[in-house]
Design a protein around this ligand. Sequence first.
Ligand code: FMN
Length: 332
Amino acid sequence: MNTSPPRRPPTAAYADAAEAAGRAPSIHNTQPWHWQIHPDRLDLYADTSRALPGTDPDQRMLLVSCGAALHHAQVALHAQGYDTAVRPLPEPDRPEHLATVTITGDVPVTAQAMRLARSLRLRHTDRRPTVDSPVSAEQFEELRRIAAAVGVHLHRLTPDQVTDLVVAVSHAEDADAAEPARQAETHLWTGPSRPAGTGLPPEVIPDRRPETDVGERDFGAHGTLQPGGGHDKAATYVVLFGADDDRAAWLRAGQALSAVWLQATAQGLAVLPYSQVIEIDGTRAMMRRILSHLGQAYLVLRLGVADPEHALPGHTPRLPFEQTATVDQAAR
Ligand SMILES: Cc1cc2nc3c(=O)[nH]c(=O)nc-3n(C[C@H](O)[C@H](O)[C@H](O)COP(=O)(O)O)c2cc1C
């Protein structure tokens, strides 16, 4: 156990947490969240001006992305020695109000809290094929426990199920290619006219289709990221899933995604989400069958040992804090 850092007024702590949450992963790096910072609480809203109506009509991935930002904010507060309570979807008549975070007291700053806070700065999406070392059973078990603590299951696909995933991903690619609204959105968020501070720059998109069994998302254009010589033979594919399929469940799935990804980062693992198979109704049903109808699939993740020799050469941008947060007058 470490000694606690100096205390900060709650408003400053909430503002720091909202800023840290800006580093969260999001579908197409849309960062579809807005924070309102109050003296006594932090409110999370969906910013639907950055939603993807063609790709994500039910806002599943928007909710998962906002859930990841919510968990990032919690991690930042825990690392400052604050305990928190989260009220999901606190206003039934305002579905865009996704959560309220409140500081409920002090907690000791543990080594694990500091590790996760460090991962906030290091975490990123890695679309290069994984190296040849497999993810160990102990590493997976730790991630499974971490997801379960947030109320979400994590299933490691068997080799047969990975074969079924290959088929589902290929169906999703075909469905995507046949849908002009989805194609137009992908182009908007990955092409040269992507909104400033958002989207995927060429540095994080491979310069050719990587040699993988489970095909990576086709962004419609090649970037400049060199995939190296790896393959995904040693990769582990996992599915985040749970009993429910509604906004509360998707928000929780996002919290679990962040929890798993930050811990995986601390374990030296690389993570790549596969959301196309969930976005499309037909392939989402295939994923449910792959899970033997044990639950609703929220997101597929590829886990692999991160290449220790080569750091990613580029990273995704972020919106300035002022565009994703407002400070209540009373908190100034
Ligand atoms: C809900 C969700 C779905 C995503 N789906 C995909 C995907 O299908 N393919 C992909 O390459 N990246 C996917 N990503 C990764 C995002 O593109 C990435 O988080 C974003 O560009 C920010 O980059 P960073 O994670 O490196 O910070 C997804 C992320 C989230 C949170």
